[in-house]
Design a protein around this ligand. Structure first.
Ligand SMILES: *Cc1c(COP(=O)(O)O)cnc(C)c1O
Length: 478
């Protein structure tokens, strides 16, 4: 199993799973994609059904992940999967489950991990993989990331106690919810350094890029990332699409559809990968909030990125994106792996014009062959959906999940439709209170999150990337 960059014209530099695990972006600026996807034919689906029924989620994760990697011995991979998905971390031997919402609609429950967001499912495994591979290479890694709220806590909690990994996480001052702040800033460990930035998520992201583009600094401190362009995160997410399909399908040929709240195109891309492998998925329904760059693409075929100033601040903040970093992978697949075209579109056309036009046959292919449809949800839709579902079922969903449920409601009538839950409502108390008059109850394990003292280094207005580098250099462990 080898991987190629989406911009590797002539397939010059295939790389193994363990290499791309630590690498992030390919040296040519592209993203890695497997040379051939593992197949999930009827026989494999039947085997996975039996294995999942007998052994549960960690074993399913192992059975899927081993198809994406041939450079980690199977016994070792099994230990990593077992450690990533323990009952202690996910509250049950099965890390995911389904809940019926009525009218043929289901909720894929993915947020029972340590930080109450679906990102735990990938990040817990990523942390085990990192520690394993760094140990094998006798190396260390300094992770630098930016978060708008959920990635930061999922990454920090996953990497906590991993002796070969240290995390520097930048977050925007005053933009995260009190719960998200408590969850991240409450961590008191030299391996975790929270740096707050006066500005927006995009400002944090720009600082991370500026640090990463200093090749000397990057090499000196072994800088790496945990963002959603990491292939291992996508592969780990394929597992829960399969698990949810197994939970709901009566036999090995029954199709289901998924509706996925989308920001960086990471979560739904894993659904596309699962579908390309052969999982019987009829439709992949993409849900955006008011920042509807991606919904616009799947309706018009035109991908028009926005500047950060044009990105609206909404009540589903983890989907407030101006540019979807994983979209290049989807287009590469849509173009039948034409690396020259992909390199031209994402290396030249997009940076120069801000637009990629794939209207016509390519759009038709995304819709018909790949089963993509899309819809948009607004603040009012979000609140109404949370309120209605709560009245009808007693269940409280988070604002991002509500964007998904809202869009899913326009696509009922086909096979079973599963909306992916992206987070628990406890993370977004203010919006929940606006919808139903009071915040969601706090799960007992989070009872003390809001009372934990904050541990942060706060950048001031005017502090630049040099100041950030000083801070990092001063806190890197040896
Ligand atoms: C990360 C996140 C999303 C968006 O997921 P992508 O993989 O970026 O598409 C949506 N909702 C919540 C709560 C998130 O944390």
């Amino acid at each position: 199993m080898m991987y190629l960059s989406t911009r590797d014209v002539g397939a010059q530099s295939p790389a193994g799973f363990s290499d791309i695990l630590l690498e992030g972006l390919a040296p040519d600026g592209g993203l890695y994609w497997p040379q051939t996807l593992p197949r999930l034919g009827r026989g494999e689906r039947r085997d996975l059904r039996r294995l999942y029924a007998d052994w549960g989620y960690p074993r399913l994760a192992w059975a899927v992940l081993r198809r994406f990697t041939d450079d980690i011995p199977e016994d070792d991979l099994w230990s990593l999967c077992r450690r990533a998905y323990t009952t202690a971390k996910f509250g049950s031997p099965d890390a995911v489950s389904v809940a019926e919402l009525g009218d043929g609609l289901w909720l894929g429950r993915l947020s029972n991990g340590p930080t109450a967001a679906f990102k735990d499912l990938a990040m817990q495994l990523l942390a085990e993989l990192f520690e394993y591979e760094l140990e094998r290479r006798q190396q260390r890694m300094t992770i630098i990331g930016a978060t708008s709220g959920d990635t930061g806590s999922a990454a920090e909690v996953a990497m906590l106690g991993k002796s070969r990994v240290q995390v520097f996480m930048l977050s925007p001052q005053g933009r995260m919810t009190p719960f998200q702040r408590g969850q991240m800033y409450g961590l008191d460990d030299p391996g975790i350094v929270n740096i707050t930035v006066p500005g927006s998520f995009d400002d944090c992201q720009d600082l991370v890029k500026a640090v990463s583009s200093d090749a000397d600094f990057k090499a000196a401190h072994a800088i790496g990332t945990v963002n959603s362009i990491n292939w291992a995160r996508l592969a780990a997410q394929v597992v829960y699409y399969i698990a949810l399909w197994l939970e709901l399908s009566a036999d090995d040929d029954e199709s289901v559809s998924f509706c996925v709240p989308t920001g960086n195109f990471g979560n739904i891309l894993s659904g596309h990968i699962a579908r390309q492998m052969g999982l019987p998925i009829e439709q992949l329904i993409l849900a955006t909030n008011e920042n509807n760059v991606l919904a616009e693409f799947f309706v018009s075929g035109v991908y028009r990125v926005r500047s950060s100033a044009q990105t609206l601040v909404t009540s589903s903040p983890s989907m407030d994106i101006s540019k979807a970093s994983n979209f290049e992978r989807f287009v590469f697949d849509l173009l039948d792996h034409d690396a020259a075209q992909t390199a031209r579109l994402f290396g030249q056309v997009l940076p120069e014009t801000g637009v990629i036009d794939l209207s016509g046959p390519l759009l038709a292919r995304a819709q018909r062959r790949y089963g993509f449809v899309a819809g948009t949800s607004t603040h009012a839709d979000r609140l109404a959906t949370i309120r209605r579902l709560h009245q009808r079922t007693g269940l409280i969903i988070d604002p991002h999940t509500a964007d998904g449920v809202h869009v899913a409601q326009s696509h009922l009538g086909g096979p079973k439709l599963i909306t992916l839950e992206t987070a628990l409502p406890v993370k977004f108390a203010h919006t929940i209170a606006a919808a139903i008059g009071r915040p969601a109850p706090t799960p007992p394990r989070f009872a003390r999150v809001l009372d934990t003292p904050a541990h942060t280094i706060d950048l001031a207005e005017g502090d630049d990337v040099e100041r950030l580098k000083q801070i990092i250099a001063a806190h890197v462990r040896d």
